[in-house]
Ligand binder design. Structure first.
Ligand SMILES: Cc1ncc(COP(=O)(O)O)c(C=O)c1O
Length: 452
């Protein structure tokens, strides 16, 4: 991933500027004279007025596939049509109760795609987030192998939350009463020095949220060294868990620019910490969000405990949908080919977002943004203290953004700077209009602040 720590922000803090073209220096807001700043403010206010006059109703907040992506996979609905189609490879009639941990052929497909041991996999329903919530809820109620009973009985519980991150992860821990400790990414990777220090020093720290590949929202992929350090770091809590949400494992945007993620399972096994990781994945953004298939993989001891407890929760998930996915995709190779077709649809949208940001904001020195190799988001960093104002300006102009602050625990971005852009869902025309408004709002909020 290419990501420059906001040189604009660095400049505002008195750090050196990074700039290629000499004439661009003239445009950098922080270097303009008071009179020039006023003039720029007036010009941008006029642009914003034009945006208001368009009476737009656009949405940049939803990290979900567009219709073309869904249409690409719609034949999956015809993969299981007749009663005789409902027989699994082992001859099991999938219309009935049974096989609670998932069809062997579905496990084999996940194992093949993610290079996981097949017998470590438990197939879930339509949502990996659901599996994450259930996993932590059960830890609260019953505890996990290696621990001292139900987490809920402990005086204090905490979780490490790399930031910015996925708002729904944070909502799960918040709802369960688990204190969240935000740790910023550093140099495009987890800040392992900080994480190791926290995990080693405090037995209330029970785990960490990880979106290890093309992270939501910064598009970061953890380095091999980080994966190894996570697997072997000393933890004061004997039952520390890594919630490894590899949601974007195969969601590459550019052929030949694919990030590679080290094998957390192998690293944990090598470090003698096999029970440390729960590995989540789903086909939500491969087939249909809300109608895909999820899974969680874990050690044999973890699996035995989870199966015992899940057997109380459900008699089994939707095996007919598992069959649909196995029949339609066949093998990992076909899923990879399908993901390349998906990328062809969404790549131009990512390119458009980056082009508009660069054209509109590149010279102002008040914003920086990510250029991810995969995943679903572009992460925009605006001048500190202005992201909420940008959100407000966009909302008033009819452009909905992901709630500003949502990418941080408790919805609070201490810098009020990060905005998550989800380019996939809107049409190209709508995306272009929305991005132009967003760019004007970023400039206007910065100019208002700089003009005092
Ligand atoms: C990091 C991450 N994990 C999980 C999910 C949701 O996955 P699922 O649909 O399998 O619940 C999302 C959806 O945006 C996500 O970004």
């Amino acid at each position: 991933m290419h990501f420059e720590p906001s040189y604009a922000i660095m400049h505002l803090r008195g750090l050196p500027l990074k700039c290629d073209k000499k004439d661009e220096l003239k445009m950098r807001y922080a270097e303009l004279s008071p009179a020039a700043l006023q003039a720029e403010l007036k010009k941008t206010q006029a642009q914003y007025k034009e945006a208001l006059a368009q009476h737009l109703n656009l949405d940049l907040s939803r990290g979900k596939p567009c219709k073309e992506q869904l249409d690409l996979v719609s034949d999956i609905l015809r993969a299981v049509e007749k009663p005789e189609d409902c027989l699994s490879e082992g001859g099991f009639d999938c219309r009935n109760y049974g096989v609670p941990d998932g069809l062997p052929e579905m496990k084999a497909l996940f194992a093949d795609l993610l290079s996981l041991p097949q017998d470590s996999i438990l197939v879930g329903g339509n949502s990996s987030l659901n599996l994450m919530y259930d996993m932590l809820s059960r830890a609260m109620l019953y505890g996990v192998p290696g621990g001292n009973g139900p987490w809920a009985k402990e005086k204090e519980l905490s979780f490490i939350c790399p930031v910015p991150g996925y708002d729904r992860h944070f909502l799960v821990t918040q709802t369960l009463g688990i204190r969240m400790i935000p740790v910023r990414f550093r140099d495009g990777d987890l800040d392992m020095d900080a994480i190791e220090a926290i995990a080693a020093s405090d037995a209330s720290v029970k785990g960490i949220w990880c979106c290890p590949k093309y992270s939501n929202p910064d598009g970061i992929t953890y380095s091999d060294r980080t994966v190894e350090r996570l697997a072997r770091m000393k933890c004061a809590a004997p039952d520390f868990r890594i919630m490894w949400d590899n949601a974007y494992a195969v969601h590459h945007l550019y052929e030949g620019r694919e990030d590679r993620l080290a094998d957390i399972f192998a690293a944990c096994r090598k470090a003698g910490n096999e029970n440390r990781v729960y590995y989540f994945f789903s086909t939500s953004k491969i087939s249909f969000p809300g109608a895909g298939v999820s899974m969680v993989a874990m050690s044999a001891e973890n699996l035995a405990a989870a199966k015992r407890q899940m057997g109380v929760q459900t008699i089994g998930y939707d095996k007919i949908n598992q069959l649909r996915h196995v029949r339609y995709f066949g093998d990992a190779e076909h899923i990879r080919a399908h993901m390349e077709k998906q990328a062809q649809i969404i790549r131009p949208k990512f390119e458009m977002v980056k082009r508009i940001l660069s054209e509109q904001l590149g010279s102002t020195g008040v914003a920086s943004w990510t250029d991810p190799n995969g995943g679903y988001f572009i992460s925009l960093y605006v001048m500190p203290g202005t992201a909420s104002r940008v959100g407000q300006l966009c909302a008033e102009a009819g452009v909905k953004l992901t709630n500003v602050g949502a990418t941080y625990p408790y919805g609070k971005d201490p810098d009020d700077s990060n905005i998550r852009i989800a380019p996939t869902y809107p049409s190209n025309t709508d995306l272009e209009k929305a991005m132009q408004v967003l760019a004007v709002a970023v400039k206007l909020a910065a100019l208002e602040k700089l003009n005092g």
